[in-house]
Design a protein. Sequence first.
Length: 665
Amino acid sequence: MSEAKRSLNFIEQIIEEDLTNGLSKDNLRFRFPPEPNGYLHIGHTKAIGISFGLGEYYNAPVNLRFDDTNPAKEEQEYVDAIKKDVAWLGYKWEKEVFSSDYFQQLYDWAILLINKGKAYIDSQTSEAMAEQKGTPTQPGVDGPYRNRSVKENLDLFARMKAGEFNEGEHILRAKIDMKHVNMLMRDPIMYRVLKKEHHRTANDWCIYPMYDWTHGESDYIEQISHSLCSLEFKPHRALYDWFLDQVVDPSKIRPKQREFARLNLSYTIMSKRKLLKLVNEGIVKGWDDPRMPTISGLRRRGYTPNAIRKFVHTVGVAKRDNMIDVSLLEFCIREDLNKIAPRVMAVLNPVKLLITNYPDDKVEWLEAENNPEDVSAGSRKIPFSRELYIEKDDFKEIAGSKFFRLKLGGEVRLKNAYIIKANNVVKDSSGNITEIQCTYSEDTARSIKGTLHWVSIAHAVKAEVREYDRLFTDETPDSHQDIDFMTFVNPNSLKTINAFVEPSLKESQVGDRFQFQRLGYFNVDDDSNTNNLIFNKTVGLRDTWAKIKPQQNTNKPQKKQVQQSKRPAIEQIKSYGKKYDRMQDEQREKAKAEIKELAKNVSYEDLEPLFGTAVKKAGTRIITMISLGVLLNSGLEKNEDISNFIAKALEDKNALLVEEAKAIS
RNA sequence: UGGCCUAUGGUGUAACUGGUAACACGUUUGUUUUUGGUACAAAAGAGUAUAGGUUCGAGACCUAUUGGGCCAACCA
């Protein structure tokens, strides 16, 4: 399509470069390598979208590889769930493979390394080894077993495999460099003894390879050309390459690891461990609870694969940390559902409406369009009668001119039906409205500002509607070092509503998606059946009326501001300099006061470099002048540099600068 | 007292080998509308972390700072 001018992300640029440097397009191959220790979540969709997206773009194969090297945490249940989720997203993998498929090859290569003197058996406790490892700022030291003979290493390793040792007694380490600046290169562990049953290899092995030893070699075995992962693996790249160096055949494809920034979504957590905690502690009903950011949760909530793929694409790929607003996800799902979801009517919070001039026993089946965005969706019939439900929110006895809904003496259109006028209300003893009395008019051609949805009471079907709010009340629940993420759990994330829906919904099936007109998008929950209809609210409609109404819950924590206040005073002052000379008078006064306050925490050494600021950058020179004034006031002696700076400013053509200079000269 | 990564509107991503910043979301306004939805139109919002330098010209190149992130599991 319009690919020609499309700008490439940095990974695509790397691939294009490799292609122009002689890599054959046929050799392009990718992989998505989840560990089967939990369910996939929205964060994974980025990694999936990148690798599988590349596969689609270049028409190259993509393997689905389960990185199952730790039998203590991995289960078949997760393998099945992951396959289901990836397939549901609409991606097709070339091969389904497992790291455990390569256990024998990995073992053989390990022996090769031992023979080359590049690996040895260490027999210390993990504490002793950790101590020798040093810290990021301190080099490590060699351990006592580092120079064991090849023969002894071979013998010990064979006996490890044979199950002669208990967990923790011996491990196999690569022999690299205990003083390396990269801690991962300080003789990393390749194999440990683990007497656990593996979900695929059962008890065939009692030694298991570590991630670093496994990953690059697996990529190489599969001849993956580009191995894409998230940024936290950047430090592993050196080791990835080192392990590859030991076994690589130059005539074959040598995989390249490249890293991108992972996806962060506001108000949600992405850690599998923490997600598991929500499940285990019963905060949610399971991995597929519609409030969960898991793919299965989103699916149950009513999200479409299209919407999620669109979202991932829109988010883009780069290397800087990001925090994506949930509103973008919501936009993507609305956009998709708007095109495909049939429109129906449902009342969630009912109040009775009586049409006094409509015959008691009359029922009309009125024509209703199924989807204005899609004429081929056709139409259906809905029943209209004397007694209806409308939303409580859609009626007010007295209201201003901005209220387009029903008020006493006012007129409104009932969607797909007639125009009505409210004449009277009936209230109970405590003043609640129990009935609104109206008259209707069959002249529907008139133009009327408001249109309401409704259901006929006699025909309405009862249904349970589950409305969800965000699971956490904080924008970044798991990034507070002193506060546990569980304290931000929103106690009101689920609201169960007894609603009334139009009769055509009686036959709806699990998974069906609808737009409840004027309310939002809903789908039929997995728990639903014909006798007990249950809907999930996927997402509300965009609601400009809600913005007009006064709100209380929208004060977002201003992250940027918080960060800014932690910056050194001089940095904050500098950022004022950029715009100072362009500010409105009032703003400028405020800024000036702020600068004077900040300047109290600034030393002369901080300020001095700014004296050299280019002439054209008047703003910076002004804020420097103001800060200098504060310093002089608190006892700083004038020196030659200061005098020169002031003298030069006095001759400047910027009036503000001259003014500030005069003030302190 | 280390290494690596990173810094562009409120958010996310762009900007071909240097030519003063684009797209999407969000925000605001208007038009259309039997959904306060959708669609359409428009507006506001960034001197590209800071300072210095190279250059006729720097978001891009150089230098020095300053934020932020990652790295010490027999996890992946």
